[in-house]
Design a protein around this ligand. Structure first.
Ligand code: GLY
Length: 438
């Protein structure tokens, strides 16, 4: 079987690593990712250029495509590839609106009575948005309705000082069509602990994967600017130290109901559904969906899959998804990022010295992200460079291996040493205990 993976980052490297075990692998990537290029025949092209992807897929007689990032999904890559007879792991443009159109997502919850939503309202008029923020009288989250590469969401108390700041940002979104539309979603601010559940979906059935917690802040102690995610961890039992089975199951039920509702509204959803939840004092609430694997969360769960990923992808497209096995191990992932990330590009275009042999000897895995291989050297860009992942019988040991492996990446880079540490996990548990008493 010939499988094409579309995408350039560590998430796609992890997908390719698993797929290459059981299929002939091809890839389209926008930069020369050294991890992916070793595993596949590849072309370096813009992954959002659908005619180019179609041409490459036809020339190479591709049977199935796996779409990594959200941007080509929004452009309708799945609709186009399916039209030329190539099955896809990834939702159609219409079903991907669960990520690309936040108004569609929130309305779906309301119209289908799906639990776990929150107070929200959508506006195309800055004055009305301002009045709602003033009358609401509690902290809000202000979001563009379309894609912004993770940079559009602003929260009062974090990125926005007060209601006045929130009103101004809502106006800016509408006036400048941030996210591609002159519309803004105002949501209540949730208090709790965030976690991610990713699930394989075949249109009707879902297989949820182990829960993961990401760390979006750039610096240790959950400080600094918001990034694409600096690292993440998962536990042996598929739950998290602050997330029990009951709340995990409630979250999965929300995802199942969402899949049913999407099918009713726009047709079946096939691919990976990423649910970002907040565990609040009254249970899990849905913060947002992504129509793809998470990054870094993909690197926690993909190495744990004990069933052929090619077989599971065939089940997704055939609508026969029933069962998958996961290794009962804890995982810790840490991203190595260039100096200045995410605020400046002062650390970009430097050569990294990576001792892969030592990293593997330490017991960790390497997934290359936003780097570019040129003449056998690996150059950074302004984004996350590579992810190191360790698996072990508990989070503490996995963290130690992961941390030890970071010494073998040399350059003007940094990472969060606290991801997966006992101290930070205890802080999460403590936070959850405090919330439960509210
Ligand atoms: N970890 C955040 C994301 O994948 O969008």
């Amino acid at each position: 079987m010939r499988i094409l993976v579309v995408g350039t980052g560590a998430r796609e490297h992890a997908i390719c690593q698993s797929i290459a075990k059981d299929a002939e692998l091809y890839s389209i990537m926008s930069k020369h990712n050294p991890g992916i290029s070793r595993l596949s025949k590849f072309q370096i092209s813009n992954e959002n250029d659908i005619p180019t992807v179609e041409k490459y897929a036809l020339e190479n007689k591709i049977d199935m495509a796996i779409i990594g990032p959200e941007a080509p999904l929004e452009k309708g890559i799945v609709n186009s590839l399916e039209k030329i007879g190539i099955e896809c792991v990834g939702p159609t443009q219409e079903a991907a609106r669960i990520e690309t159109d936040k108004e569609f997502m929130r309305n779906l919850f309301q119209d289908h009575n799906i639990k776990g939503s929150l107070v929200y309202k959508v506006f195309d008029n800055a004055q009305d948005a301002g009045k709602f923020i003033k009358d609401f009288n509690k902290d809000v989250v202000v979001k563009p309705i379309g894609l912004t590469g993770g940079k559009g969401v602003k929260i009062v108390g974090e990125h926005l000082r007060d209601a006045e700041d929130a009103k101004n940002y809502a106006k800016e979104i509408i006036d400048n069509k941030i996210g591609g539309h002159p519309k803004v979603v105002i949501e209540e601010r949730l208090i709790g602990e965030e976690f991610t559940i990713q699930a394989m979906v075949d249109g009707d059935h879902i297989i949820p994967m182990p829960a993961v917690q990401d760390h979006p802040h750039a610096y240790e102690g959950d400080t600094g600017p918001i990034t694409g995610g600096m690292g993440s961890y998962s536990d042996t039992n598929g739950l998290l130290p602050f997330l029990d089975q009951k709340n995990y199951s409630k979250s999965v039920k929300i995802m199942e109901e969402t899949i049913k509702a999407i099918k009713t509204e726009v047709g079946p959803y096939k691919g990976i559904l990423y649910g970002q939840f907040m565990l609040c004092n009254d249970g899990p609430r849905l913060v947002e969906y992504n129509a793809r694997f998470g990054d870094p969360e993909a690197m926690n769960v993909i190495p744990l899959i004990n069933t052929s990923l090619v077989g599971l992808c065939e089940d997704i497209v055939d609508g026969t998804l029933r069962k998958a096995n996961f290794k009962p191990l804890a995982t810790v992932c840490k991203y190595i990022v260039p100096k200045g990330y995410p605020l400046t590009n002062e650390g970009s275009n430097q050569v990294l010295k990576i001792n892969e042999k030592k990293i593997y000897e330490e017991g960790a895995l390497i997934y290359y992200a936003a780097v570019n291989q040129n003449n056998n050297e690996i150059y950074t860009s302004s984004s996350r460079a590579l992810a190191l992942v360790a698996m072990d019988d508990n989070i503490e040991d996995a963290e130690k291996i992961c941390e030890a492996s970071t010494q073998y990446v040399q350059g003007d880079v940094y990472h969060r040493r606290d991801v997966g540490t006992l101290k930070l996990i205890e802080k999460r548990i403590q936070h959850m205990q405090e919330i439960r008493t509210i």
